[in-house]
Design a protein around this ligand. Structure first.
Ligand SMILES: NC(=O)c1ccc[n+]([C@@H]2O[C@H](COP(=O)([O-])OP(=O)(O)OC[C@H]3O[C@@H](n4cnc5c(N)ncnc54)[C@H](OP(=O)(O)O)[C@@H]3O)[C@@H](O)[C@H]2O)c1
Length: 348
C-alpha cells in the first residue's frame, strides 16, 4: 500500500464531533482525550496500513494517537499528521504521544531520540513522551521469546533516574508538554515519585477486563497520575511471541459477550467502553473504519449501568498478555521477575 498525498477527509455523516469526546486533565492543565488510537501494527499490519488508519481515525473524530519510535512507523505517521492538519485540524487539537525505546536510556541518547521522533512525526513538540519500559534492554525486532541479551539488566533505580532527568529536561526545553512512564509497578513508581523533580503525568499500562490491575490502578489514581490502558481489547492479534497457552480471551468472556449484546455493540467495543468509564484512557488499535469509529462512539453514548460495571469488575483473571520475556536479563528466572509480584523490585 502506498500512502496518498493531499488526501481529503471523507465525510459520510456518521463521524463524531471531537469536541464531544471526554478528556482527562493532567497536572500541567493539559486536556488529554479519553481515548486514543494505538499505532503498533503487532508485527503483521504494515506501517502504511497503520498510518492510513491514523488518517481515517482523524477523519471520524480521533485526535489522540499513541505512537512510539519502536513501532518504526513514525515517519509515515508524520506525513499523515501533515495531511490531517491540511484538512483543517489545528496542531493544538491533536494529542501525540511518543516513547523512548529501551536502547536509548543512556542519558546522552535521550534528547536525540526524542528529537528523532519529532523529526519523523514532523512536529515541533510532543504532547506526551514516555519511557516505554523501565528496562534498558535492547532486543532486535521480532526476536524469539526465549532470547536474552547478554547486556540486559534488571531495573536499577539510579540508572532509571538518570534517564528520567533527561526526560525532565525535554519538558523544560519545551520539546514535550508532559512526561510519563509505562510498564512500571507500584514499587518502582514509589521510588520514581520519591526522586523525580517532575512527577510522571501518566502510567501507560496493560489494562483490559481480564487484567484490571486493581492495586496498581488505585495507586496510580491516588497519586494524581492518569492511567492509560494499552491492549484494551486483550490484543487479539498480538504477535506469536506474546502468546501462551494460559492466556484467556476477553472478548469471549460470557459476561462481556452478554453485556455487549445488550448494548448492541461488539465485545471488543464493550472492552473500550468499560475502560473509559472505569477511568483509564484506552488506546485501542484498529485499521478498520467500522471498528475504530464504533470504539470512539461507544465512549460518548449509552453509559454502562452500575450493575454492568460491577459485573465486569468480577471477571478479572489477572491474565497479563504482554509479559515482556524479551527484557529478561541472564540470571532472571522468568517473566514474573519483571513485575515485582512480591512487592519488591527484583534486581538480582
Ligand atoms: N506501552 C506499551 O508498552 C504498549 C504495549 C502494547 C501496546 N501498546 C499500545 O496499545 C495499543 C493497543 O494495543 P494492541 O494493539 O496490543 O491491542 P488492542 O487494541 O487490545 O487490540 C487490537 C485488535 O483489536 C481489533 N479491534 C479493534 N477494535 C475492534 C472492534 N471494534 N471490533 C472488533 N475488533 C476490533 C483490531 O483489529 P482490526 O484492525 O481488524 O479492527 C486489532 O487486531 C497499541 O497499538 C500500542 O499503541 C503500548
Amino acid at each position: 500500500m502506498i500512502l496518498e498525498n493531499n488526501r481529503k477527509f471523507e465525510r459520510i455523516g456518521d463521524e463524531v464531533d471531537p469536541s464531544t469526546v471526554p478528556y482527562r486533565t493532567l497536572d500541567s492543565g493539559d486536556k488529554m482525550p479519553a481515548i486514543g488510537l494505538g499505532t503498533f501494527g503487532s508485527d503483521h499490519v504494515s506501517h502504511e496500513a497503520v498510518a492510513d488508519a491514523v488518517f481515517g481515525a482523524a477523519s471520524v473524530g480521533y485526535r489522540h494517537f499513541d505512537c512510539a519510535a519502536v513501532y518504526q512507523n513514525e515517519d509515515l505517521i508524520g506525513r499523515v499528521l501533515q495531511d490531517i492538519m491540511a484538512n483543517g485540524v489545528e496542531r493544538e487539537e491533536l494529542w501525540i504521544t511518543s516513547k523512548l525505546w529501551n536502547n536509548k536510556h543512556t542519558p546522552e541518547d535521550v534528547i536525540p531520540a526524542c528529537k528523532q521522533s519529532l523529526a519523523d512525526l514532523q512536529l515541533n513538540y510532543l504532547d506526551l513522551y514516555l519511557v516505554h519500559w523501565p528496562f534498558p534492554n535492547y532486543h532486535p525486532p521480532k526476536c524469539d521469546v526465549d532470547s536474552r541479551s547478554p547486556s540486559a539488566k534488571p531495573y536499577i533505580h539510579e540508572n532509571f533516574m538518570q534517564t528520567w532527568r533527561e526526560i525532565e529536561r525535554l519538558k523544560q526545553m519545551g520539546l514535550v508538554r508532559n512526561i510519563g512512564v509505562s510498564n512500571v509497578t507500584i514499587p518502582k513508581l514509589e521510588l520514581i515519585l520519591r526522586d523525580a523533580t517532575i512527577k510522571p503525568a501518566v502510567n501507560e499500562m496493560e489494562l483490559h477486563p481480564h487484567f484490571q490491575q486493581p492495586e496498581l490502578f488505585e495507586f496510580v489514581v491516588s497519586k494524581g497520575i492518569v492511567p492509560v490502558g494499552y491492549s484494551p481489547i486483550g490484543s487479539p492479534a498480538r504477535p506469536e511471541r506474546d502468546r501462551t497457552s494460559d492466556d484467556t480471551v476477553d472478548i469471549e468472556d460470557p459476561v462481556i459477550v452478554e453485556i455487549a449484546a445488550k448494548h448492541n455493540i461488539h465485545p471488543a467495543t464493550l472492552c473500550v467502553k468499560w475502560a473509559e468509564q472505569r477511568g483509564q484512557i484506552p488506546i485501542p488499535m484498529s485499521t478498520k473504519r467500522r471498528n475504530y469509529l464504533a470504539n470512539l462512539k461507544s465512549i460518548i453514548e449509552n453509559p454502562l449501568s452500575d450493575q454492568e460495571m460491577a459485573a465486569i469488575a468480577t471477571i478479572d483473571r489477572d491474565c497479563r498478555l504482554i509479559k515482556g520475556h524479551v527484557f529478561l536479563w541472564e540470571s532472571a528466572n522468568d517473566w514474573r521477575d519483571l513485575w515485582d509480584l512480591n512487592g519488591n523490585i527484583n534486581n538480582t
